[in-house]
Design a protein around this ligand. Structure first.
Ligand code: FAD
Ligand code: NAI
Length: 465
């Protein structure tokens, strides 16, 4: 190691980077992690997964009290919103968890290099004016909001905001327009709708939640509409102007046609995220990006330049924290000479709305493109626990190969779908058939019994419908 400062230098401390750094240090490698933010944890802990879930959880309680769900169970309350306190508990959650990563870095002897790193050569970066040389460099710089031409985000003004701004609104907007019916739009749109905003979601495509199973997309749309979100599908926003304290949006049919205008107190731009590679000095390292701005890697997370690795949102694949984490572990293990593997076919995704929406593996549409399939569906209305808890919406769908019965995909809409999907992912990782799931004893009464019944439905024999 003579002339290297570190065995491993990780750029970025999000779920990909911080996990890679800790695993590398656990494996005995001298490790540093460069992070430009003031706190560790990346998008996920600072402005993503964690603060959004803090607001979703709190607003779910508020709506349960304000919307009559508690009264239906004999609990009469008149809630009063203390938005400041709600934001306070969000900030506490973020502080606790980002501080936790700092503790884990100290415990595992990972050096935190404070500042933005820039390559000066293939094995050297500059951080805060200091040159650091490492035998292996992992790029884990994550992603940021994709801008929408004609719609300028200014989080400070709190009128046209991105997800970071939408987490911090100082008051509940009268009318919030969400541009993009994807995960961020539906999660953060749900938060403000629950707290009293009228929410309109403008989506370019003919359906929300692209990439998810077709039945799930339709049912989710029906549920969100019932909850009061108004959808303008097949519509694009071409311009947004701030006039006083409002924004005036110009909308056009996606296929072209007459424009209309829409007034909003707050506009949330959530049309996707793009990889962070600007200012990294990739050219100095001999690295290039693909057409989508991502750094390409092989299965071991090696880039085209020996000694440089990449993981997380900055490489192709779903932009999810758990995908980044697993890649971080596998990448560090590969650097240490072990065999780090991520099965990209079995990465669950969850939308943390109410009910939650979750899936793993292929959609029915994708599975049918590949061959003959059998599909089993079971409604949550027929699940005793969901019915008892007044949670009638949603279903579980199990998609299996028609010949081998091997499970190819599982999709759920249920209050606890995010928790339920873990068993489906595990079953698929072990190569389970639908029969394996159907004959596994599930505790009663649990929402998870719906997965068992959907698996039974694959061969046409559920008990409760
Ligand atoms: P990031 O978390 O983006 O971290 C990259 C870090 O690198 C950043 O801290 C950045 O400051 C730093 N960095 C960048 N360039 C440099 C440089 N040159 N030098 C030093 N540091 C640098 N995913 C889920 O799985 N579940 C969820 O519930 C979920 N909710 C989300 C909610 C919101 C509102 C958003 C925006 C995202 C959410 N995501 C969620 C996505 C998730 O946050 C990302 O997939 C995940 O954070 C990606 O991890 P990463 O390590 O690749 O990058
Ligand atoms: P997204 O890709 O999920 O959804 C963007 C939506 O905007 C799509 O439906 C797209 O068709 C639409 N769109 C694109 N351009 C448009 C336009 N001009 N006008 C109208 N609609 C337009 O992106 P989103 O919601 O911004 O989230 C970014 C990423 O963050 C997601 O890909 C996801 O991986 C991650 N994330 C994950 C969460 C989770 O796991 N629960 C929560 C939040 C974010």
């Amino acid at each position: 190691m003579a002339d290297y400062d570190y065995d491993v230098l990780v750029i970025g401390s999000g779920p990909g980077g911080y996990v890679a750094a800790i695993r590398a240090a656990q494996l005995g490698l001298k490790t540093a992690c460069a992070e430009g933010r003031e706190t560790l944890g990346g998008t996920c802990l600072n402005v993503g997964c964690i603060p959004s879930k803090a607001m979703l959880h709190a607003s779910e309680y508020f709506e349960a009290a304000a919307g009559g769900a508690m009264a239906a169970m004999g609990i009469k309350v008149k809630p009063e919103l203390d938005l400041g306190a709600m934001h306070g508990q969000r900030k506490d959650a973020v502080k606790g968890l980002t501080g936790g990563i700092e503790f884990l870095f100290k415990k595992n002897k990972v050096d935190w290099l404070k500042g933005y790193a820039q390559f000066t050569s293939a094995d050297t970066v500059e951080v805060a004016g200091k040159s650091v040389r490492a035998k292996n460099i992992i790029v884990a710089t994550g992603s940021s909001v994709t801008p929408l031409p004609g719609v300028a985000v200014d989080n400070d003004k709190q009128i046209i905001v991105d997800s970071t701004g939408a987490l911090e609104l100082a008051k509940v907007p009268g009318h919030m327009v969400v541009i993009g019916g994807g995960v961020i739009g539906l999660e953060l749109g749900s938060v403000w709708r629950r707290l009293g905003a009228k929410v309109t979601c403008v989506e370019f495509l003919d359906q929300i939640l692209p990439g998810m199973d077709g039945d799930v997309r339709k049912e989710a749309n029906r549920i969100f509409k019932k909850q009061g979100i108004e959808f303008k599908l097949k519509t694009k926003v071409t311009k947004a102007e701030v006039k006083g304290k409002k924004a005036v949006l110009t909308l056009e049919p996606a296929a072209g046609g007459d424009a209309e205008t829409l007034e909003a107190d707050v506009v949330l731009v959530s049309i996707g995220r793009r990889p962070n590679t600007e200012g990294l000095g990739l050219d100095k390292a001999g690295l290039t990006t693909n057409q989508r701005g991502q750094i390409e890697t092989d299965h071991d997370f090696r880039t085209s330049v020996p000694g440089i690795w990449a993981i997380g949102d900055v490489i192709p694949g779903p932009m999810l924290a758990h995908k980044a984490e697993d890649e971080g572990i596998a990448c560090a293990e590969n650097i240490a000479g072990l065999t780090g593997i991520v099965n990209h076919d079995v990465i669950p995704s969850v939308v943390y709305t109410w009910p939650e929406i979750a899936g793993v593996g292929l959609t029915e549409e994708q599975a049918k493109e590949r061959g003959e399939v059998k599909v089993g569906k079971f409604p949550m209305l027929a699940n005793s626990r969901a019915k008892t808890n007044h949670e009638p919406d949603g279903f579980v769908k199990v998609i299996a190969d028609a010949k081998s019965d091997r499970v190819l995909g599982v999709w759920c809409i249920a209050s606890v779908a995010g928790t339920m999907i873990a068993q489906a992912a595990q079953a698929m990782e072990f190569g389970a058939t639908s029969e394996d799931i159907a004959y596994t004893c599930h505790a009663h009464p649990t929402h998870s019994e719906a997965i068992k019944e959907a698996a039974m439905a694959v061969t046409g024999k559920p008990i409760h419908i």
